[in-house]
Design a protein around this ligand. Structure first.
Ligand code: ADP
Ligand code: ASP
Ligand code: MG
Length: 445
């Protein structure tokens, strides 16, 4: 069997939904399970509606709510007829009635708990999959809509819930029986707790859903269908002259995803790695293009791709007490752990430690605690540029060329990942775009 996941752009309107279904239909003999995101930017739009409702401006949200409703209904009107249209319209209207009731509740309470947010976010994927399944039936495909919340079971960490793997795997095996000639349709991103309360897996989480379903069902392949020709040598929206990477290892793809190449969700890689299932990243708009295969083994050495993350905060921590002292680092990390703030990069010297974080929510408290035993300085507006490829730093010519190119860039921190597949640089955000382009031109064009 195969799992095929379609991202938001790939199901943004009736034309794209048909493209997605062309792809699914051509692989019906591979017993496919189709996992879909919400249509287009629906998740962002729901978040914006929540913000308005939460601040008591429900009135202002009416036009946006209506527009969201119309996008879904229009798709249905464009390619459904008769009983399929009637049933689809009924289901969509039912969900929109429920949705508006939730929004009204929020605006009365003037607050949205993480739990309510997940309930509202789940509508995006529930709506898109209703339309997709109805259209598949209209096209004469034997299709069945599943409710992912019945088998994707998570903890109660709303907004970014972690699947309980054993339970989830068993439930998937029990509830999904892939068969040739039949198309199962499931929602990405959404799940539920053991007691049945709706959760979500975090932004971009549909890739993760696809990988979990694929691993549980022993898929021969997991296909991630998106809006670009696979994983490219850098973000096509930021860098000119990017090229598709034909084949990349799980580890390299994981590093890229973690450091900002949002084309695949970092966690996606995990369930697929475990069972060595190849993951294909392909373009729904150009299905004939080979795209990228993510495989277990590494192919070739040298730089493969450049990812980046903006909006990074760099914290420099120094203390003479660090000299010959043990326990210093664990004390520092204890503080970050206490405030649930993930650290992306770290580099240490005899008397100082530099750390980058993305989430600044608890920065003041973190600094207060660090300042008890050290001196800190903070650089906001930093960005991480991450060079990914095998054996990068074993090649001294590569390193010297990189630093030659960076002559005029104020590099704030360098981190050679112990994984030996990543070399990360922290530069001021204003230098980020031009630095990536220069590195890409020099090594990957
Ligand atoms: P989907 O909605 O299909 O999940 P995403 O928006 O999550 O799609 O991811 C696809 C986008 O990722 C592309 O449109 C592209 O702009 C961006 N992207 C960032 N880095 C890369 C990269 N190295 N290769 C390909 N796409 C990238
Ligand atoms: N719809 C969700 C999001 O936009 C999940 C996904 O598309 O992967 O984050
Ligand atoms: Mg995505």
């Amino acid at each position: 069997m195969v799992v095929m996941k379609f991202g938001g752009t790939s199901v943004q309107d009736h034309i794209w939904i048909d493209k997605a279904l062309d792809i699914a239909e051509s692989q019906l003999d591979r017993a496919p399970v189709l996992v879909s995101s919400a249509m287009g930017k629906t998740t962002d739009k729901i978040l914006a509606l929540i913000d308005l409702a939460e601040s008591g401006r429900l009135e202002e949200s009416v036009p946006d709510f209506e527009a969201l409703k119309q996008i879904h209904l229009q798709a249905a009107y464009s390619f459904l007829s008769g009983e399929n249209l009637k049933r689809c319209e009924e289901s969509l209207n039912e969900l929109f009635t429920e949705f508006i009731a939730f929004l009204k509740g929020l605006s009365l309470l003037r607050e949205c708990s993480a739990r309510s947010r997940d309930a509202l976010l789940s509508f995006g994927e529930r709506l898109s999959t209703i339309i997709i399944t109805r259209r598949a039936l209209e096209r004469g495909i034997d299709a069945e809509l599943l409710d992912s919340r019945k088998f994707m079971i998570t903890d109660e960490n709303f907004n970014s819930a972690a699947p309980l793997m054993d339970r989830t795997e068993k439930a998937i095996q029990l509830m999904i029986k892939p068969e040739k000639g039949k198309l199962f349709v499931a929602q990405g991103f959404i799940a539920s707790t053991e007691s049945g309360v709706t959760t979500t897996l975090g932004r971009g989480g549909s890739d993760y859903s696809a990988a979990i379903i694929g691993a549980a069902l022993g898929a021969e392949e997991i296909q991630i269908w998106t809006d670009v020709n696979g994983i490219m040598s850098s973000d096509p929206r930021a860098v000119q002259g990017v090229k598709t990477i034909e084949s990349i290892s799980y580890r390299e793809a994981g590093e890229l995803a973690y450091f900002g190449a949002k084309v695949v969700h970092p966690a996606t890689i995990q369930p697929a790695v475990k069972d060595r299932i190849p993951v294909l990243v392909k373009n729904t708009g150009e299905p004939g293009h080979k795209g990228t295969t993510i495989e277990h083994s590494m192919h070739g050495t040298g730089l493969k791709a450049i990812a980046f993350k903006k909006g990074i905060t760099l914290i420099n921590i120094s203390s003479t007490k660090m000299l010959n002292a043990y326990g210093f680092l664990s004390r520092i990390f204890g503080i970050f752990e206490k405030y649930k703030t993930p650290v992306d990069l770290i580099s240490t010297s005899e008397v100082s430690v530099s750390i980058t974080i993305e989430n600044r929510e608890n920065l003041d408290s973190i600094l207060e605690e660090l300042n008890v035993f050290s001196t800190t300085s903070v650089d906001h507006d930093s960005s991480i540029i991450c060079l990914v490829g095998q054996d990068l730093w074993k090649d001294s010519r590569f390193i010297s060329r990189v630093f030659g190119l960076l002559e005029d860039t104020p590099v704030r921190m360098i981190s050679l990942g112990s994984s030996d597949i990543n070399l990360s640089l922290v530069v001021p955000q204003k230098n980020c775009d031009q630095t990536i382009q220069a590195l890409h031109d020099a090594f990957l064009a």
